[in-house]
Design a protein around this ligand. Structure first.
Ligand code: SAM
Length: 281
């Protein structure tokens, strides 16, 4: 028995509803949500477009489309997001990993063999877990000020079979949390600190899409006033001489270079200044 006509009908109706709700890519979103509800991949939607949608699947499609009409991000509705070569579980406790953050991983991939790398503000664990996946020789650890984010990162590490030491900490955690010598010993416990910390200013927040403004965690986006507070706070704790790689907004590039020695900024695929590498003072 048919619940909502054919797959083609469901796609057309969902695309119309999402377009009317102001979604940027209504057809793509409709395909992803309907494929997920039917338990097929997007290619199979085309080959099966004349099939009838069974009633239980029609309800599942309706529920997903209603959430998207409220501008909930597709990744939260699906509960997953691809990042480099791994797939991560995501929910509203964590920022959805962004394509531009893949550049931060690329830059960190040049770390020397066996380097101790720490990811501050790890969220879903995206940067730390992608690094471990691509460079098993690195000794990677990660932390976040949000206990909920650490729970998500821990679950992602477990499902990827990666043994990532994690800690809840605001700023740079004392390395003693990972069985390394305390930073009070005047040593440099990490060879490289990587971070995609919140960098949206309060003024910019109002200009962001509803998907971000109304659904992603505020703590993951806005550090305080002008957007540089979290970066400055973490840098004040990184021992001098440690290499640091920071993601930032293009308009912050010059200011971030000014906080590091021997700083160099890398451009994202859109040609914008996105990741600055340098040495902590
Ligand atoms: C922009 S999100 C990035 C998440 C992840 N690194 C990624 O790229 O997908 C920033 C993360 O930093 C965390 N955070 C914010 N302020 C922090 C601080 N002062 N110290 C440690 N973590 C912080 C937030 O909870 C959030 O998970």
């Amino acid at each position: 028995m048919s619940g909502a006509g054919t797959v083609r009908d469901a796609l057309a109706a969902a695309t119309d509803a999402l377009g009317a709700a102001g979604c940027d890519t209504p057809q793509l979103d409709a395909e992803l949500l309907i494929a997920d509800a039917l338990g097929v991949d997007r290619g199979e939607l085309v080959t099966g477009s004349a099939s009838d949608v069974p009633a239980p699947s029609a309800r599942a499609i309706g529920e997903r489309v209603r959430r998207r009409v409220m501008r909930e991000p597709v990744a939260y509705i699906l509960g997953r997001k691809g990042f480099r070569h791994i797939e991560l579980a995501v929910d509203p406790r964590v920022l959805i990993p962004r394509p531009e953050t893949e550049l931060l991983v690329e830059v960190a991939l040049s770390a020397p063999r066996g380097a101790r790398v720490h990811d501050v503000g790890t969220g879903s664990g995206a940067v730390a877990l992608a690094l471990m996946h691509e460079r098993p020789d690195l000794r990677v650890s990660a932390s976040d000020s949000s206990p909920g984010a650490i729970d998500v990162a821990r679950a992602n590490a477990r499902s990827l079979g990666l043994d990532l030491p994690l800690a809840v900490a605001r700023g740079l955690p004392d390395p003693i949390a990972f069985g390394l010598s305390s930073r009070n010993a005047g040593m440099r416990p990490y060879d490289l600190v990587v971070a995609n910390l919140p960098y949206v200013s309060i003024a910019e927040m109002a200009t962001l899409a509803p998907e971000i403004r109304n659904h992603e965690p505020h703590e993951a986006l806005v550090p305080g006033g002008n957007g540089l507070e979290a970066i400055r706070d973490v840098l004040s704790e990184v021992p001098a001489g440690t290499r640091v790689a920071l993601e930032h907004s293009p308009r912050q590039a010059r200011a971030v270079r000014g906080l590091l020695d021997a700083a160099e900024t890398h451009h994202d695929l859109a040609g914008r200044e996105r990741v600055t590498v340098g040495t902590a003072r």
